[in-house]
Design a protein around this ligand. Structure first.
Ligand SMILES: Nc1ncnc2c1ncn2[C@@H]1O[C@H](COP(=O)(O)OP(=O)(O)O)[C@@H](O)[C@H]1O
Ligand SMILES: [Mg+2]
Length: 366
């Protein structure tokens, strides 16, 4: 198979489907290839199939159809102790009868690592998650967040080739969470660990990952590096799910090369970039990020189509100004401006002309 022969393919899902009840597919035709060392995040709403994919990769669930390979070998043919997978799962608890130090030492003993090296690695792993000094406690004597950090240390202590993490930072407060996000990515990169990370938090996904797979309804909607995902969403679901987004409904009236004219339902015509529309007459939803909306005509190309907007609300946010507008029948149209020297503060009740670069306005599925 084409993918299997690629030397950089380390983890491969090929046409994987999963049904728990023999009727409904919760994972539908999943194709995904990770090279060694990549940090990939599965991001999506609850129930979209992320955990199921991770459980299949770990070997705890079997695929109903298709194949999952690790280093070119089907996962079904690799015995669990040879998989070299570190895991942090919500329901994959610490051993309750062992101390924290014993919990971390265990995966090293299994791998026949000597005592002094074991102790050094355990100490380092606990320091990494700021749990030094807790060696002698048992899991029940720790808070949920502390247990989560120990679980993280245990998954990484034996420097596995592949680490799977399912919402590992869910129980941590914001500050520790951000610190751990940074620590996990730094460690994964320094040690060359391939990571499949699951979260429903888009900021976490964007800041930590080499690539993000956006899941919805058992399918990958888009697989791309964070900046591409944010700036070039390929469909309406991704545009809505990642970041803040304004949408306007309309009908494509003309497509010439990489320009579309869209007549909005309110009657106005605007310029857009055709993304997943292909011909005149198609219904579309155009998508514009709040920070790409301009109200100074001199910052837009000559002849750009402008829309009349009524200012509903002005919110001062310190570094940015957030203005809520009524535009083409949408009362929740958001414009975000940097609080730059001389930046104008718009007054509620007033009227402005707004526009954007056609490339920043994406004509997506309706
Ligand atoms: N063990 C199971 N038995 C039956 N259905 C399950 C099981 N685990 C998950 N599901 C169902 O599969 C779908 C995907 O779930 P899951 O993979 O946990 O999604 P996510 O992790 O994205 O929230 C959901 O509809 C869920 O109810
Ligand atoms: Mg889940």
């Amino acid at each position: 198979m084409a993918d299997a022969s690629r030397s950089d393919a380390f983890v491969e899902f090929e046409r994987v489907q999963k049904s728990y009840d023999g009727e409904t597919l919760v994972v539908k035709d999943l194709n995904l290839t990770l090279p060694k060392g990549e940090f990939l995040t599965m991001l999506g709403p609850s129930g979209s199939g992320k955990t199921t994919c991770l459980m299949m990769l770990a070997g705890f669930e079997t695929a109903t159809h298709g194949d999952i390979r690790l280093g070119g070998v089907s996962i079904n043919n690799i015995p669990p102790h040879k998989r070299g997978i570190g895991m942090v799962f919500q329901n994959y608890a610490l051993f309750p009868h062992m101390t924290i130090a014993e919990n971390l030492s265990f995966p090293l003993e299994v791998r026949n690592i000597g005592k002094s090296e074991r102790e050094a690695k355990v100490r380092r792993a606990l320091e990494m998650v700021e749990m030094g000094g807790f060696e002698g406690r048992r899991p029940a004597q720790l808070s949920g967040g502390q247990q989560q950090r120990v679980a993280l240390a245990r998954a990484l202590v034996f420097e596995p080739e592949l680490v799977l993490m399912d919402e590992p930072l869910g129980a941590l407060d914001k500050q520790l969470r951000e610190k751990m996000q940074f620590e996990i990515t730094r460690l994964a990169h320094d040690l060359g660990i391939t990571t499949v990370y699951v979260t429903h938090d888009q900021t976490e996904a964007l800041t930590m990952s080499d690539r993000v797979a956006v899941f919805n309804d058992g399918r990958i909607q888009q697989l791309a590096p964070p900046d591409e995902l944010y700036e070039e969403p390929q469909n309406n679901f991704v545009a809505q799910f990642i970041g803040e987004n304004n949408t306007l409904a309309g009908t494509v009236t003309e497509i010439t090369g990489d320009r579309a004219l869209v007549q909005l339902d309110s009657g106005e015509v605007i310029d857009a970039k055709p993304v997943n529309v292909s011909q005149a007459g198609e219904r579309t939803r155009v998508s514009i990020r709040p920070e790409r909306v301009e109200f100074k005509p001199e910052r837009l190309p000559a002849g750009a189509h402008m829309l009349t907007a009524e200012v509903q609300e002005f919110i001062y946010m310190g570094d940015t100004f957030r203005t809520r507008l009524s535009v083409a029948g949408n009362d929740d149209f958001i414009m975000k401006c940097r609080n730059a020297p001389g930046q104008q503060r718009l007054v509620p009740g007033s009227t402005v002309q707004i526009g954007w670069m056609p490339d920043d306005c994406r004509a997506l599925d309706a």
